[in-house]
Design a protein around this ligand. Structure first.
Ligand code: HEC
Length: 116
């Protein structure tokens, strides 16, 4: 037969565990706290591409999926690299820009963000 000391230890442990659970339950946030309204201010982003020949193509085709800043904050590229970048958007990501607009857009992007 187990000694009374062991039984007392088991009893104390059970009481201790129950008390710990009760404390955890008290700390859980209430439904009202979870449903509260918060307000956040998102960082500013460039709204449109800078003016220039071809800007309207960029504004209509290049902001379907991301901001203008995603393009203008990249390192400068050569004309051919811009063409490759536009074609990557078309083939890898499914950008619907017509093939006949790629040259004009690459010329525009080289003008605003080109390198020699
Ligand atoms: C169909 C959606 C879509 C369209 C439309 C689109 N892009 Fe993107 N673009 C992406 C995705 C996805 C990424 C990668 C985002 C990331 O890595 O977080 C990206 C990233 C970029 C980058 C960053 C460098 C890189 O290769 O990841 C550049 C530059 C860029 N796009 C240029 C353009 C230009 C110019 C146009 C207009 C012709 C355009 N994008 C239109 C989807 C698109």
């Amino acid at each position: 037969m187990k000694s009374p000391n062991v039984l007392i230890l088991i009893l104390l442990a059970t009481v201790g565990i129950s008390a710990a659970f009760a404390e955890t339950a008290q700390k859980a946030p209430s439904a009202a706290a979870l449903n509260r309204t918060v307000s956040v201010t998102l960082p500013d982003s460039e709204q449109v591409f800078p003016p220039g020949a071809g800007a309207e193509i960029a504004n209509s085709q290049c902001m379907i999926c991301h901001s203008a800043g995603m393009v203008t904050r990249q390192p400068p590229l050569r004309f051919g690299e811009w063409k490759a970048e536009i074609n990557k958007m078309r083939t890898a990501y499914g950008a619907p820009i017509p093939a006949e607009q790629v040259e004009e857009l690459a010329t525009y992007l080289t003008a605003i963000k080109g390198k020699q």
